[in-house]
Design a protein around this ligand. Structure first.
Ligand code: 13P
Length: 253
């Protein structure tokens, strides 16, 4: 049985003060909740506030960044590296989110480079894959997912791959209120798992956690999480409100 991961992706929302306020309200809701792993990925400037808030509690919550650069250090103005994230108290990092692919030139190759650097630094990478609506309508979903996974997983040894987590986020479901059905998500997850099996072997693939992302809300979380192939959620909009994110974390199966 794979333990589910419920992760928040705050995107470009919240200041450090708003981050502190979020945790003040959120932590009491999830006190004693051990069924699932909880991860919160705020903007870079809020990481410190998030780490301090979590450390002051006795609740195990991972803090993640939303991106990183693959070099450890150097003349790369504006970038943040994996060792820096580790030093700042991060445990996780999102890689290859579709918004970065869409707006910031992220490619399958940069995803691969970032994944390798995250693993090397001991971060848990959450690698995002997913098709756009035109690809789904053209019947290309499986091909797109296979390409994104093959290229992301390239040249990574099976023994190094254990921490990898994947998030299947169909781009047409992100921020649209249009959620993939649990069956449709499960179908995509099976494709991703079969690519992981090719890259890392059956055992590693069976242990791989594949999260679903795209308009996850308190109202649909239970139905999605009931699907055996879905090992958690990557939540955008509904993770910004402490009560709403807590309700997703504590979905009732
Ligand atoms: P929404 O939950 O707002 O659709 O965003 C999903 C997402 O992109 C999480 O990474």
């Amino acid at each position: 049985m794979r333990k589910k991961v419920i992760a928040a992706n705050w995107k470009l929302y919240k200041t450090p003060k708003e981050t502190r306020d979020f945790f003040l309200a959120f932590l009491p809701h999830v006190q004693g909740h051990t069924r699932d792993e909880i991860v919160v990925c705020p903007p870079f400037v809020d990481i410190f506030a998030a780490v301090v808030a979590v450390q002051a509690s006795d609740i195990a919550i991972g803090i993640g960044a939303q991106d990183l650069y693959w070099r450890s250090e150097g003349a790369f103005t504006g970038e943040v590296s994996a060792p820096m994230l580790r030093g700042a108290g991060c445990t996780h990092v999102i890689i290859g989110h579709s918004e970065r692919r869409q707006h910031f030139g992220e490619t399958d190759d940069s995803v691969n480079a970032k994944l390798k650097s995250a693993l090397l630094a001991g971060l848990v990478p959450i690698v995002c894959v997913g098709e756009v609506i035109e690809e789904r309508e053209a019947g290309l979903t499986e091909e797109v997912l296979r390409r994104q996974c093959t290229r992301a997983f390239a040249e990574i040894a099976a023994e190094d791959a254990r921490p990898i987590t994947v998030a299947y986020e169909p781009v047409w479901a992100i921020g649209t209120g249009r959620t993939a059905t649990p069956e449709l998500a499960a179908e995509a997850h099976r494709v991703i798992r079969s690519e992981a099996a090719k890259a890392f072997g059956q055992t590693a693939a069976a242990q791989l956690r594949i999260l679903y992302g795209g308009s996850v809300k308190p109202e649909n979380a239970a139905a999605l999480m009931a699907e055996e192939e879905i090992d958690g959620a990557l939540v955008g909009g509904a993770s910004l409100d402490p009560k709403s994110f807590a309700a997703i974390v504590k979905y009732q199966g």
